[in-house]
Design a protein around this ligand. Structure first.
Ligand SMILES: Cc1cc2nc3c(=O)[nH]c(=O)nc-3n(C[C@H](O)[C@H](O)[C@H](O)COP(=O)(O)O)c2cc1C
Length: 201
């Protein structure tokens, strides 16, 4: 009886932890913002970032622009043969998530502050509020062409950051070994780059 109670309590605790930690994002804003030429004119890399968190609307907008769906089963960034081989992982101060673009959610992968794993030696990455990590599924696209997809996603995010007056920088100097564990990647997945985002200091 006692054992059954303990097992039930553990199962309930685990279930609550998993579901409670997922984040449902507000619908992304798909119109408006700065004119595209203004955003291109203001696109730049910024490494001087405030530590304050970004709100969920901003996260939703950045992620949708990066690799959301803008047509039936088709995305805001191109990919070779429409393989859609990239996933965006999101490292926040409180935990690690994967962007579920279909359901506009952040699904929890890990809890705790793992921002240090998003860099090898750039200290601002450890205190910036948001790090996106671009992870390629090599079982879908094993060649170098997947890197172009990541570039297209990152540029969309650069332009929305410029439109919103946020700072961002695309970085390939990520700690791939640490990220493999933190993001709980399988053998086919590879973290290829990160993009750090925050309000400008
Ligand atoms: C593929 C790629 C990798 C990059 N890796 C890093 C990086 O690891 N760390 C960093 O601070 N910036 C990185 N950058 C940003 C470049 O340093 C930056 O784009 C360049 O200095 C030009 O500045 P701008 O983006 O403001 O025009 C990278 C950019 C690209 C396209």
């Amino acid at each position: 009886m006692k054992r059954t109670l303990i097992v039930t309590t553990i199962i309930l605790a685990l279930a609550t932890t998993t579901f409670a930690a997922d984040i449902t994002l507000p619908p992304p804003q798909k119109t408006g913002g700065k004119p595209i030429f203004d955003a291109i004119n203001e696109r730049q890399s910024t490494r001087s970032l405030d530590e304050s968190a970004l709100d969920n609307q901003t996260l939703s907008d950045l992620l949708w622009a990066g690799f959301g769906y803008n047509r039936e089963n088709k995305r805001t960034a191109p990919s070779p043969k429409d393989l859609q081989e990239t996933d965006i992982y999101v490292i926040l101060k409180e935990g690690v998530y994967i962007y579920d673009a279909k359901n506009n959610k952040l699904l929890e992968k890990n809890t705790g502050d793992f921002r240090k794993d998003a860099t090898i030696s750039q200290d601002f990455v450890k205190t910036a509020p948001v790090n996106f990590i671009f992870v390629v599924d090599k079982s879908k696209e094993s060649g170098h062409t997947a890197y172009f997809s990541v570039g297209a996603i990152a540029e969309n995010i650069y332009l929305v950051a410029a439109s919103k007056g946020l700072g961002t920088v695309l970085r390939t100097s990520i700690n791939k070994d640490a990220l493999r564990k933190t993001l709980k990647l399988n053998a086919n997945q590879e973290a290829v780059a990160g993009q750090t985002i925050g309000k400008k200091k």
